[in-house]
Design a protein around this ligand. Structure first.
Ligand SMILES: Cc1ncc(COP(=O)(O)O)c(C=O)c1O
Length: 463
């Protein structure tokens, strides 16, 4: 059949998807053949498949649907905003009530003096902007050599050229990486720390590594350190006690800006609007965020800078040369304001702090199962790591596709989790209740047991 012929036929969603759509971060060859789960609707903590199946949304869309799906008042607010003002330019001295009100609302919630907001189109453009702002800041201060940026293994800061380069080095395998000024430290993951090392010793070694990197590059050449408070896509890596505070202090000691990437950790996921100070005791120089900012109803991101940085930029000899057509899009900002209102009115941060320990405990209960090497995370940001050999923490081969196998077994039982190589990630809506926590743990347990049986039948060694 010719291409024109295919286009003329009415096609099923899955077929059109296979034929025309490029999915983010996939094995394209495998995707040509694989099944599709077509999601056609969503309400509350559940999503609905084309075939009538109902799934508990264990991943909150993609770490983002914090207030749950299909909120009528979100639809109303978004529709009203479009009726009143669909879009207008944020450039020059033009503004909108939605954009200005959201900037003020965010400044009320940020720690320290982080009071100036640059709206972006998502998390990648927020992190990208933060780096550009850091460079511009030092340029204006006359410290032109401060160019280098320190990131970490297993980081995920986005998928622009720059933010993919800041992310774990594997994100650029087979692609080009900006290698001139970006450096990576080790990830602060406790599960795979060297044998026999205590948590405190591990933290010490990470700080020493940072100090060593600073002396190698020269503090006068380093602009910023960027870090997610808990690394998300890298495998929900909760750092050792005190690590973030000490990294923050080290940055301050050497005049290095600290950028806290709160794309996932903000807006209630850890029980706070922003987690940097409330959960980890640090006041960064810049916070980036997105996702839960609008609960995923509409794309929006933000890079929020301190008054100290702003004071330098406002006197700058050059223009604040950054921003986007859709910076502060009125519809997105209205969605964010309504989502924030719901989080506050329904006390969802309190709810997350209350049910968080039960979620952590229910998942920790899976540790006795075969395949389960580690269960980690905090509150509604959790993951299960699977291993072929528990004692040696040995991974399955990539071909085993362990995370995806368990994900399929979960789907059969009405639960969506996120398959991420040898992990399953969980970041459900903040409105999760106790019954749903138990359901997630039960389904995961059954899915892991079924998968282990399946592997044994295939002759794969499970220890
Ligand atoms: C910590 C972090 N930063 C940045 C991003 C990129 O955000 P976006 O996909 O909205 O560009 C993500 C996305 O998962 C993220 O988890």
């Amino acid at each position: 059949m010719t291409l024109a012929g295919i286009k003329a036929q009415p096609m099923a969603t899955a077929d059109m998807d296979r034929r025309y759509n490029l999915h983010p971060f996939t094995n394209l060859g495998l995707m040509e053949k694989s099944e599709r789960t077509v999601i056609v609707g969503a309400k509350g903590n559940y999503v609905f498949g084309e075939d009538g199946r109902k799934f508990l949304d264990g991943l909150g869309g993609m770490w983002c649907v914090n207030i749950g799906h299909g909120r009528e008042e979100m639809a109303e607010a978004i529709a009203d905003q479009i009726r009143t003002l669909d879009y207008y330019s944020p450039f020059d001295d033009l503004t909108t009530p939605a954009m200005a009100t959201l900037a003020a609302a965010l400044a009320r919630h940020t720690p320290g003096s982080l009071n100036r907001v640059l709206f972006t189109t998502g998390g990648s453009t927020a992190a990208d902007s933060a780096i550009r702002i850091a460079h511009h800041y030092f340029e204006q201060l006359g410290q032109k050599s401060r160019r280098h940026i320190i990131s970490r293994d297993r980081a995920y800061h986005g998928s622009t050229y720059l933010t993919a380069s800041l992310s774990d080095r594997s994100y650029c395998d087979g692609w080009l990486r900006e290698a001139g000024f970006i450096h990576h430290l080790r990830a602060p993951g406790l599960y795979r720390r060297p044998d026999g090392m205590s948590e405190a010793e591990f933290a010490d070694s990470l700080i020493e590594e940072f100090e060593a990197k600073i002396s190698e590059l020269g503090a006068e050449n380093i602009a910023a350190f960027i870090a997610e408070p808990i690394q998300g896509s890298g495998g929900v890596i909760v750092p050792p006690e005190g690590y973030l505070k000490r990294m923050r202090e080290t940055c301050r000691k050497y005049g290095i800006l600290y950028i806290s990437d709160e794309v996932v950790t903000a807006f209630g996921r850890l029980g706070h609007i922003f987690a940097s100070e409330a959960e980890f005791g640090i006041v960064p120089d810049i916070i980036t965020s997105a996702k839960g900012l609008t609960s995923g109803y509409i794309p929006l991101g933000a890079a929020i800078i301190s008054d100290e940085i702003y004071e330098v930029l406002r006197g700058a000899h050059s223009y604040f040369n950054t921003g986007f057509t859709y910076s502060g899009h009125a519809v997105a900002c209205t969605a964010a304001l309504k989502s924030l209102e719901i989080i506050e009115r329904e006390k969802l941060c309190d709810h997350v702090r209350a049910i968080g320990p039960r979620f952590e405990g229910a998942l920790a209960g899976l540790r006795d199962l075969p395949l389960v090497g580690d269960v980690r995370g905090r509150r509604l940001m959790m993951c299960v790591e699977y291993v072929a050999d528990k004692a040696r923490k040995e991974l399955f081969t990539d071909e085993t596709r362990i995370g995806k196998r368990i994900w399929r077994h979960c789907q059969k039982r009405g639960l969506l989790v996120r398959p991420l190589a040898h992990l399953n990630v969980l970041s459900p809506p903040l409105t999760l209740n106790e019954g749903e926590i138990d359901f997630i743990a039960e389904v995961l347990r059954a899915a892991i047991i079924d998968t282990a049986d399946e592997l044994v039948r295939e002759g794969v060694r499970v220890a």
